[in-house]
Design a protein around this ligand. Structure first.
Ligand code: CP
Length: 338
């Protein structure tokens, strides 16, 4: 395995191909151990993983906590509503407090984009050993979701052994509210790193034309792109035309509050134009894989018939794959700090 270079994980924009491969190789090993009956291993015994979720979560929070337990780490869970946040303590001071209690890794979700950079900077300034792992910050980034999504696709397309190169030149269609999606942004970095050609499909209000230049926008403090050559991004306004040529589809959750912001004329018209149904899927002559990061709005962005009956709907595979991926991330951060 390659040397792991990151003390903190904020984004996939600064992941090299080696970084992705380290994560996938480890996740695959943890997966194989689980399939052979070894669910729990002592790899992180004596370490402390703290989950600081300032925003709701079902999948990410529980998956990170389970991943930490499978590695035998101690797990500490923060509950914002019963914490001293209610007395006015800041988020940064909350993070510093958990670091002082001995947290090796803080897994953080928050509604503010880039807040994990700020927290990590403060911790580094006081020479804390604690790592910060972004579990979703505002619209910016959701790296563990991006990783588990492409791991799921790679597993689907690989023959016998896991081979990330299977994504090269694959046409991956992402449908929906890209502009407000940290998942989509992480998917764009991850998919393009392995040469996938991405089609973004949705109305202009949810996917502005400027999104075509997304991969040219570096993250804070990032001087160069660690990936030499990336796949392309195109934008389509026709779901039917996009489905015809897609090798895989990622459906995004429609954030219903967008209607209140006048970005959509109605939920029904969005569903009619961009909701994924078996009828629209039949325009593609293969049974292509369908992903959705969850939580889903049934019969709005995706039909229940697709979720429950389409053979290659991989939503539950994504959830299951989240555990070994998050085990790999926690393990790599801990090893970096040794
Ligand atoms: N995909 C995802 O982030 O789901 P949760 O909000 O349930 O964690």
């Amino acid at each position: 395995m390659q040397i792991w270079p990151h003390k903190h994980i904020h984004t996939l924009a600064n992941f090299s191909i080696n970084d992705y491969e380290s994560v996938f190789e480890l996740a695959n090993r943890f997966d194989a151990l689980k399939n052979a009956g070894t669910k729990k291993i002592p790899a992180l015994q004596g370490t402390l993983v703290t989950s600081l979720f300032f925003e709701a979560s079902t999948r990410t929070k529980n998956s990170f906590e389970l991943a930490a337990k499978r590695l035998s780490a101690d797990v500490q869970t923060f509950a914002p509503s019963s914490s001293s946040l209610t007395k006015g303590e800041t988020i940064i001071d909350t993070a510093i407090t958990y670091s002082a209690m001995g947290a090796d890794t803080l897994v953080i979700r928050h509604s503010s984009s880039y807040i994990t950079f700020e927290i990590a900077k403060k911790l580094d300034a006081i020479n804390a050993k604690t790592s910060v792992l972004n579990a979703g910050d505002g619209l910016h980034s959701h790296p563990s979701q991006g990783l588990l999504d492409i791991y799921t696709l790679i597993k689907f397309f690989s023959q016998k052994t896991l081979n990330p190169e299977v994504l090269n030149s694959k046409k991956i269609l992402i449908i929906g509210d890209v502009n407000h999606s940290r998942v989509a942004r992480s998917n764009l970095w991850a998919l393009s790193a392995f040469g996938a050609d991405i089609i973004l499909c949705g109305p202009k209000t949810l996917i502005p034309d400027e999104f075509i230049n997304f991969l040219k926008t570096p993250d804070p403090n990032q001087t160069e792109d660690p990936v030499k050559s990336r796949g392309s991004i195109t934008i389509s306004r026709s779901l039917e035309e996009s489905i015809k040529i897609a090798d895989a589809i990622i459906v995004l959750r429609l954030q219903k509050e967008r209607m209140m912001e006048n970005l959509l004329s109605s939920i029904d018209s969005y569903s009619l134009d961009y909701g994924l149904t078996p009828e629209k899927l039949s325009l593609n002559n293969k049974e292509i894989p369908i992903l959705h990061p969850g939580p889903i709005n049934r019969d709005i962005e995706i039909s229940s018939k697709v979720v429950d009956r389409y053979p290659n709907c991989l939503i539950n595979n994504q959830v299951a794959n989240g555990i070994p991926i998050r085990m790999a991330l926690l393990y790599l951060l801990q090893k970096h700090n040794k």
